[in-house]
Write a protein that binds this ligand. Structure first.
Ligand code: PEP
Ligand code: MN
Length: 338
């Protein structure tokens, strides 16, 4: 349930509410809004506990939460969560664009990618250093060396770094280099990994599992939020269906649907969602028209030479063109895009 405090409620009141919630065997999450503070009480909601909280001075009302994802739900927080790292702003009427190669391959490749995507208007640089590959014989990533190259690219360009973490053992290492931790689609339900990134205060880009329902997706986000990390970005990257003309099927109704259910920002990955570079610009524009708070796009200086996902990667020139199209759509939608 959500305990809504009156405007201007004191810290002592907040402390009292938190104490009472804990005495009732529930977990308290304080959510500070611009208008007022609310405290989410998570756990087994019994009738008695609601009354015990309602009687505290300066508690305006106690609202039961119906959604199983409590902290992620719109009931817990009506204002949108905005994730801001360096110049990358995702949410709250800002469309933030993250772009770069699927994998970090060399110093020259990541630097050229960073400079070109920045010139086109991206404010985040993506690049995998630890790669989840379907085959154990495929390129697995440059690992820590790749992380160092990403950090060097940030030094030169000021772009915020987004890179994937695949195991709880790597969380500390990757946090030393990255600005945003990416949880890949294959790991969306790796609950120990979700808890491990939830314990950090580094923002998390959580990709939807290819066979996950929206409820499962939001409950995965809840694992991160429940550890106290409020900076979660949801990413629709396509789901697996009977259809095989594209690599995955990219359902853009996810975007407005999630906006109705959660305050978390939603970005779209049309590169993995389609698997075909020529489809990426249209699906990017459509994502913004559907209300996406950001895009994550694969761009490679020479897609034909890419060590992973070349066929879905845009050239820097195609990315520039895509950004011009997206800016026009953003303008029509009344949202800001760098
Ligand atoms: C990626 O971003 O390169 C990636 C592996 O994505 P996903 O987890 O969505 O497949
Ligand atoms: Mn990829």
């Amino acid at each position: 349930m959500i305990v809504v405090l009156r405007k201007g409620a004191s810290q002592a009141t907040i402390d009292r509410v938190v104490r009472r919630i804990e005495e009732l065997g529930l977990k308290a999450h304080i959510i500070v809004g611009t208008e007022r503070t609310v405290v989410a009480a998570v756990g087994d909601e019994r009738h008695r506990s609601r009354e015990a909280l309602e009687s505290i001075d300066d508690v305006e009302k106690v609202v039961p939460i119906l959604a199983p994802y409590k902290v992620a739900s719109k009931e817990a927080r009506s204002e949108p969560t905005v994730v801001k790292v360096l110049d990358l702003v995702i949410g709250g009427g800002n469309v933030g664009v993250i772009a770069g190669p699927c994998s970090v391959e060399s110093e020259a490749q990541i630097l050229e990618s960073a400079q070109k995507v920045k010139a086109a208007g991206a404010r985040g640089l993506r690049g995998g250093a630890f790669k989840p590959r379907t085959s154990p014989y495929s390129f697995q990533g440059m690992k820590e060396e790749g992380l160092k190259l990403l950090a060097a690219a940030r030094e030169v360009t000021g772009l915020a770094i987004v890179t994937e973490v695949m195991t709880p053992q790597h969380v500390d290492l990757i946090c030393q280099y990255t600005d945003i931790l990416q949880i890949g689609a294959r790991n969306m339900q790796n609950y120990h990994l979700l808890q491990a990134v939830g314990e950090t205060r580094t923002p998390v880009l959580l990709k939807r599992g290819p066979s996950a329902t929206i409820e499962e997706f939001l409950l995965a986000a809840e694992y991160i939020l429940d550890q106290g990390n409020a900076q979660v970005i949801l990413c629709e990257r396509g789901v697996r269906t009977f259809e095989n003309h594209t690599r995955f099927t990219l359902p853009l109704a996810t975007v407005p649907y999630l906006h109705q259910r959660t305050h978390l920002p939603v970005v779209v990955d049309p590169s993995h969602g389609t698997g075909i570079a020529s489809l990426v610009p249209s699906m990017s524009a459509a994502s913004i028209a559907a209300g996406a708070d950001g895009l994550i796009i694969e761009v490679h200086p020479d897609p034909s030479q890419a060590m992973s996902d070349g066929s879905q990667s845009l050239t820097p020139a195609a990315f520039q063109e895509m950004m011009d199209l997206c800016r026009r759509v953003a303008g029509a939608m009344g949202v800001t895009m760098a």
